[in-house]
Design a protein around this ligand. Sequence first.
Ligand SMILES: [Zn+2]
Ligand SMILES: [Zn+2]
Length: 296
Amino acid sequence: MPTKERNLSSLVIQRDREVVMFDCGEGTQKQFMLASIGYNKPMRVLVTHMHGDHVLGLPGLLMTMSLQGRDKPIEVYGPPSIKDFMDSVTRIIRPRIEFPLSIAEVEDGMVYETPMYSVLAAHVDHTIPCLAYALIEKDRPGKFIPEKARSLGVREGPLWKKLQLGESVEVKGGTIRPADVMEGSRPGLKVVYSIDTRPCKSVVTLARNADLLIHDSTFDDAMDDKAKTYGHSTARQAGEVAREAGAKHLLLTHISAMYKDANPLLDQARNVFKGALLASDLMVLEFKGGSLVVRQ
Ligand SMILES: [Zn+2]
Ligand SMILES: [Zn+2]
């Protein structure tokens, strides 16, 4: 349920010029406007499950984008029945969506892959089928240093090409990794979005060593029975999942409307996981040189 301070669920990752949206609760189009994200960027939408607070904003957002002259395609991914939902809306409302729109139903495993990153999905433990998503960047190779390669015994030729493409090679002296001969390379980031779930193993596995885990934190610790009944997590449980997964940072979200001040939930999560943060509307987090900066 929204409150005066908190909109329904939606989160956007912007990398390069692309927008990857996770869930689209009612009212997201207004937040999208306030965040000045832009209506005509390459975009994909990943829907976790078919509860209204995660998906009812999607038709409106797409219609507004079309009215604003969007012409780039959008790919929507979600659980079975996302297609049925969008088909029903289209049949009854008959929106004019003038850009190419594709809807795909996904299961566990690879959702899609680009040269820069991949997205994986895993089922979590909610009251209806619900997916968590991991966006996993590939390592970004740096500048190749020929002298370094030569000094390590890698001769010019096909082995150089391999290293430049990010593969390790074998030479007499042992294994040479791309990082040994490239300058300024950086490991890819991993961000996991897991919302509306009881604490579960599949999230721990999906979020292994994640740079950022965004996790359900609907209730406080005293309400773990209620959390279990409604298929949600408490703040402490979110912290435990992050700790078990070895995540670097945890962002608590999907806070119940009963908490006007959610800071006690943040304290409870920090008792078990120091790197916890509390999400707020229009919050911006930026990865800069590998560390996470809160910019809002
Ligand atoms: Zn739900
Ligand atoms: Zn929800």
